[in-house]
Design a protein around this ligand. Structure first.
Ligand SMILES: C[S@@+](CC[C@H](N)C(=O)[O-])C[C@H]1O[C@@H](n2cnc3c(N)ncnc32)[C@H](O)[C@@H]1O
Length: 251
């Protein structure tokens, strides 16, 4: 979220309705707000939202997303997950609201491949009780990830300058479709993470050898879950691995 000064440094500053309504007009509907609470969702009206207690970072994301993440290090984790979920097709469209003073660190770099709207002036965020308004030290940036750039331009142009990187995207196009074919589950599905895949299926999914998957797991470069004496992999972790490799390849 936007940077706040010491005394008001808190995650409990919510997005004013005018921006939420513009986001809804672009997305059609907001299926998920992965960083929220009851008070904020009175405005966002997402069909589903995750709270701090539920931790949106470990929950499944699906559908059209509105994201104004919590302040600090968590913001980058939410952005990383957003890019992964979008690139892997589980989040077909999303709008994120971030501090426009945070465009230089590595975690922001993938976002330059999308459409950005830098606010003219500051957003006045709303407090939890709906009364106080907070004007951050910096402007904000909206990021659009989705198939309808014209809709985003139409709705957000009034808030600031809509820009896109000149030249080709730095990230290669979305991973080969065969990578995303649904592998046959080789073990029972988990509560929220989908099927658990064995080495062979994970190797097919990543388009690498089984031996390579074993090495990645041994070096802890790939997340896995111990099931008895074996190891299983979640599709979401394999997707995250694919995307983070693509991101680091362009740094
Ligand atoms: C900046 S506010 C934005 C709220 C709402 N998304 C909006 O746009 O108005 C961030 C919200 O994320 C919540 N939050 C903090 N850590 C979280 C986490 N790990 N998972 C989900 N929500 C979290 C905070 O309690 C806060 O309500």
């Amino acid at each position: 979220m936007a940077r706040v000064s010491g005394a008001t440094r808190s995650d409990e500053w919510y997005t004013p309705p005018v921006y939420i309504e513009a986001a809804r007009a672009v997305l059609g509907t907001i299926d998920l707000d992965p960083a929220s609470c009851d008070a904020a969702n009175a405005t966002v009206k997402a069909a589903r939202f995750y709270t701090k207690a539920q931790d949106g970072l470990v929950q499944p994301w699906q559908g059209r997303v509105w994201l104004n993440p919590p302040y600090g290090k968590l913001a980058q984790a939410f952005v990383a997950k957003l890019v992964v979920e979008h690139e892997c097709g589980r989040v077909p469209a999303a709008i994120a609201l971030l501090n426009s003073n945070s465009t230089d660190p590595p975690w922001f770099q993938p976002l330059w491949d999308y459409l950005l709207c830098f606010t003219r002036g500051r957003i006045r965020f709303i407090s939890g009780d709906g009364h106080a308004k907070f004007r951050p030290q910096n402007g904000s940036v909206f990021v659009y990830l989705g198939p309808r750039p014209q809709n985003f331009i139409k709705e957000f142009d009034r808030f600031g300058e809509v820009v896109r990187r000149a030249g080709e995207p730095r990230l290669p196009a979305v991973a080969a479709p065969e990578r995303h074919r649904r592998p046959t589950p080789s073990f029972a599905a988990t509560d929220n993470g989908g099927p658990l895949l064995d080495y062979e299926t994970a190797a097919a999914y990543l388009a690498v050898s089984e031996r390579h998957v074993r090495e990645l797991w041994a070096k802890r470069r790939l997340a896995g879950i111990k099931v008895g004496r074996s190891v299983r992999f979640l599709e979401a972790d394999l997707d995250a691995f694919i995307v983070s490799n693509r991101v680091s390849a362009v740094r």
